[in-house]
Design a protein around this ligand. Structure first.
Ligand code: FAD
Length: 266
């Protein structure tokens, strides 16, 4: 296995342009699991750990190399809540938002926030420079993205004026060190509620029909919340796998979304 330690973004992009089959290594908390289990034997690895440009963060632009440990203390409440649930302190010290995006697992805990925030993914290549891809065009399937073979994810672009009322929660088999069975992120703004879910479809999704329903209500009554939860449960597209059944995921998605709408209404 060839190993290239890039010192800056240009070096990383040049290395990738020369080796389209190379994989990037950020924190390694997903990639090294694959390598150690012999699921993946990349011929070349380009390490991003020394690329300082990727670690820049501001409220509107979160560098791909920003770790969960930093996001825990960041300005976006929902993303900070999600960050606190990722793995263990060791995983959060190494794992990055860019790695979560690169893996594009339906269970990635950063992805519902990206969907609810209507954020975009900034990508760069040596040949074509920078492009910005809306989240719902970036995530295209289970562990599949629209990133091209010569591109790197450089940042998450966050729209201006993101409301502060943000709530994240996830359901799993334990309280800590657990991959989401279902996750949910609710943002409440002047335009109403935005509801995003993870682990219930091939990609993170927005519960658009449920959003429309609850945002048309003049007050959030118990009956409205019941109906809202029912629509969320209908709208998700989960599968049964080793973590859960389809039926449980549908149920949990409704319960979780309802709970977060109630919590963010207080
Ligand atoms: C014990 C354990 C617990 C975990 N718990 C959770 C959890 O609770 N929630 C959760 O969401 N995840 C969890 N994970 C998964 C993992 O920690 C996260 O997905 C993390 O964000 C991955 O980031 P990383 O920097 O380590 O990525 P890496 O492993 O370095 O990379 C992951 C993938 O992304 C690609 N990549 C990395 N950076 C870029 C970039 N800038 N541009 C393009 N591609 C890139 C890599 O090539 C690779 O394909 C856990 C993992 C472990 C081992």
């Amino acid at each position: 296995m060839e190993f290239v330690a890039a010192h800056d973004l240009d070096e990383a992009l040049a290395a990738k342009a020369q080796r389209p089959e190379a994989v990037f290594l950020a924190g390694g908390t997903d990639l090294m699991v694959e390598v150690n289990l012999a699921h993946h034997r990349p011929a070349s690895v380009v390490s991003l750990r020394r690329v300082a440009d990727l670690r820049d963060a501001s409220p509107n632009r979160i560098g791909a190399g920003v770790t969960w440990a930093r996001l825990e203390r960041g300005p976006h409440r929902g993303l900070a809540q999600a960050a606190r649930t990722v793995g263990s302190p060791q995983i959060r010290a190494a794992g990055t938002i860019g790695g979560n995006i690169g893996t594009a697992s339906p269970a990635g805990d950063g992805l519902p926030w990206i969907a609810a925030a209507d954020a975009s993914i900034e990508a760069r290549s040596a040949a074509r420079g920078t492009r910005v891809i809306p989240w719902n065009e970036f995530f295209i399937g289970v562990k599949r993205t629209s990133l091209l073979s010569d591109e790197i994810v450089t940042a998450v672009i966050v729209p201006d004026g993101l409301p502060e009322h943000q709530e994240f929660a996830k359901v799993g088999v334990r309280n800590a060190m657990v991959i989401s069975t279902v996750s949910c992120l609710v943002i409440r703004g002047d335009d109403g509620f935005r509801v995003a879910l993870g682990s219930v479809a091939p990609t993170p999704i927005r519960a658009s029909r449920a959003e429309e329903m609850i945002n048309a209500e003049s007050s959030i009554t118990a009956a409205a919340l019941d109906e809202f939860a029912r629509i969320v449960s209908q709208e998700v597209k989960p599968i049964s796998d080793h973590r859960s059944t389809e039926a449980y995921r549908r149920h949990a998605a409704g319960v979780l979304a309802r709970r977060l709408v109630e919590r963010s209404s207080r």
